[in-house]
Design a protein around this ligand. Structure first.
Ligand code: UD1
Ligand code: CA
Length: 454
């Protein structure tokens, strides 16, 4: 008895007004379809079939091998879509049907749906809506048993008044589902093969329809337009904020954080307002993130303090480091423990050793800096000759005076000093002082030019 999932994703998504298939639009940094795949993963399915049609090539190339794609050449309805998967369904399978554009269904809800299934019953996820317009209505008999589902366009006024609607998600045994799908017709207002027609048939065959409800409407909310996408994005972000706080993170304002990927956090982390986290970000215990920081694929060690407006991408920051305000760590940056990187400093593809400081207005690129080295204000590593990139290598306890240019490739030995304003083009040995600044001239009694008298 294995579980198989069928995700319906062949529809066009016209209302998105997009060249991109709807299910590839992102919510919280992840494609809608990928959300659905993540949500059903907890059921440990043997196979996940995804029915695709519009933009099939794009969907396959972005979503990859985790699923088995089944093409529905013409979108003749939800029932027709599921029929495309029938050859892959065994009698003993338990099938769960989900929609590729409904991204926030909790794994627990799928599990409760699956728990309804046996050889005599189908599970159906329904929800009560204040405004049921547009949805298939759940018609029940006097005993409260589900009798059928009627689509909005086929419903009479009494049926339209029903507020319990079909979410589209259901679960059934393979044998039962295949039998019910075998002779669907399209004699309805839309001329489509409705998946929903299986319920009336099930009832006549003595198969019970067991319904379950989601914990909240957003679990079953679909994305049909960019407006709905934006609304669900807020829901997704609120959920993420809740779970961060539940895990011991203090958020200055849970409504002003955006996580577009995964954010791992230790204990007693503080995050100020308007921070964006993309890709995979990990914050160790006691990290403090100032306002307006953007972190993408970053790992921050214990007690790191990021001050306001720091931007970090593909970089690691060692424990106890202080970065910002207005600092930029670009890909390939690794700051060791207790380092300081201050305002208007850009670091790229560089390692900075323990306790070293780059505090003001510097560019450090393609560079290795040892421990306890001080890089003065305005220091530039000249890493690019117009064609190639070259490395700058500095030892421990180096002191680079302010406003120096280090023309790579160049090496500065341990304990060496570079005088302020120098342009260093040759290696400096350990403990040497290198200084290239022009000697100061003094002209006594110098008269500055004056404006002519009127
Ligand atoms: C469907 C249900 C309706 C339910 C509603 C919930 C049917 C007949 N109706 O209506 O009861 O209240 O969903 O949102 O099932 N799809 C395909 N191939 C097709 C047609 C659709 O893959 O040929 C996919 C779409 O991409 C979409 C999903 O199935 O992900 C639902 O299709 P849609 O046309 O939005 O269904 P509704 O008419 O809204
Ligand atoms: Ca439709």
């Amino acid at each position: 008895m294995s579980t198989k999932i069928v995700v319906l994703a062949a529809g066009k998504g016209t209302r998105m007004k997009s060249a991109k298939p709807k299910v590839l639009h992102c919510l919280a940094g992840t494609q809608l379809l990928q959300h659905v795949l993540n949500n059903v993963a907890g059921l440990n399915p043997e196979t996940v079939f995804t029915v695709i049609g519009h933009g099939a090539e794009q969907v396959v190339s972005e979503i990859g091998d985790a699923v088995t794609f089944v093409t529905q050449e013409q979108q003749l309805g939800t029932g027709h879509a599921v029929q495309q998967v029938v050859p892959n369904i065994d009698d003993a399978d338990r099938i769960v049907i989900a929609y590729g554009d409904v991204p926030l269904t909790r794994p627990e809800t799928f599990a409760s749906l699956l728990a309804c299934v046996d050889s005599n019953s189908i599970g159906l996820l329904t929800v009560h809506l204040q405004d049921p317009t547009g949805y298939g209505r759940i018609v029940r008999d006097e005993q409260g048993q589900v009798r059928c589902i009627v689509e909005e366009k086929d419903a009479n006024d009494a049926q339209k008044a029903i507020t319990e609607v079909n979410t589209g998600m259901l679960a059934a045994e393979g044998k039962v589902l295949k039998a019910l799908l075998a002779d669907l017709d399209n004699n309805n207002a839309q001329g489509e093969y409705y998946l929903t027609d299986i319920f009336a048939k099930a009832v006549t065959q003595g198969i019970a329809v067991k319904t379950v409800n989601p914990s909240a409407e957003w679990e079953v909310a679909g994305v049909n337009s960019r407006i709905q996408l934006a609304e669900l994005e807020r829901v997704a972000q609120a959920n993420i904020a809740q779970s961060l706080m539940a895990n011991g993170v203090t958020l200055a304002d849970p409504a002003r954080i955006d996580v577009r990927g995964t954010l791992e956090t230790g204990s007693d982390v503080f995050i100020d307002v308007n921070c964006v986290f993309e890709g995979e970000v990990s914050l160790a215990d006691d990290v403090v993130i100032g306002p307006n920081c953007v972190l993408k694929n970053a790992t921050l060690g214990e007690g790191v303090v990021l001050q306001a407006n720091t931007v970090i991408e593909d970089a690691t920051v060692g424990a106890g480091a202080k970065v910002g305000p207005f600092a930029r760590l670009r890909p390939g940056t690794a700051l060791s423990e207790q380092t300081h990187v201050g305002n208007f400093v850009e670091i790229k593809n560089a390692t900075v050793g323990t306790g070293s400081k780059v505090n003001h207005l510097s560019y450090v690129g393609d560079t290795d800096i040892g421990a306890e080295t001080n890089i003065g204000a305005g220091t530039i590593t000249c890493n690019y000759d117009g064609a190639n990139k070259h490395r700058t290598v500095m030892g421990d306890k180096v002191f680079i005076g302010s406003n120096s240019s280090l023309v790579a490739p160049v090496q500065i030995g341990d304990g060496a000093t570079v005088g302020a304003g120098s342009v260093i083009t040759r290696d400096v040995e350990a403990e040497q002082l290198a200084i290239t600044r022009a000697k100061q001239k003094v002209i006594t009694g110098w008269q500055r030019p004056r404006k002519p008298a009127k």
